[in-house]
Write a new protein. Structure first.
Length: 101
C-alpha cells in the first residue's frame, strides 16, 4: 500500500537529502517549507503522514499542526527534536517510516 508523506523543513536542501536517502518503494514524498506550502499539498493530496523538522520556527510548527488536524481526521504528525540537528532529520524520517537505517 502506497503511503503519501509530507516532509516539512526549513530548507529545501534538507528535504532533498532526505528524498535521496530513503529507499522505500511504497512512499510518495511531498515537500513543504511553509504553512502555505502545507495547505497547498493537503488541498491537492490525501497525506497519510506529516514529518516536520525542528528547524521550522516553533510558532509556525504549531500552526502547521493545527492546520493538519483541522484538515484531516486520519493524518498523523511527527515532530523531530532540536538536539539531533539537521543531520538527524533523515534518521528520524526513516524511523517514522519504519525503514532500516
Amino acid at each position: 500500500m502506497n503511503k503519501d508523506v509530507l516532509l516539512v523543513g526549513r530548507r529545501g536542501i534538507v528535504l532533498d537529502e532526505v528524498r535521496e536517502g530513503l529507499t522505500a518503494q511504497d512512499v510518495t514524498l511531498f515537500g513543504a517549507t511553509s504553512l502555505d506550502d502545507v495547505r497547498k499539498v493537503l488541498d491537492e493530496h490525501p497525506i497519510d503522514t506529516v514529518i516536520m523538522g525542528a528547524g521550522v520556527d516553533l510558532e509556525i510548527r504549531l500552526q502547521i499542526v493545527r492546520h493538519v488536524f483541522e484538515a484531516s481526521n486520519s493524518t498523523t504528525v511527527h515532530m523531530k527534536d532540536f538536539d539531533s540537528g539537521s543531520e538527524g532529520f533523515l534518521p528520524f524520517v526513516k524511523e517514522v517510516l519504519n525503514e532500516p537505517t
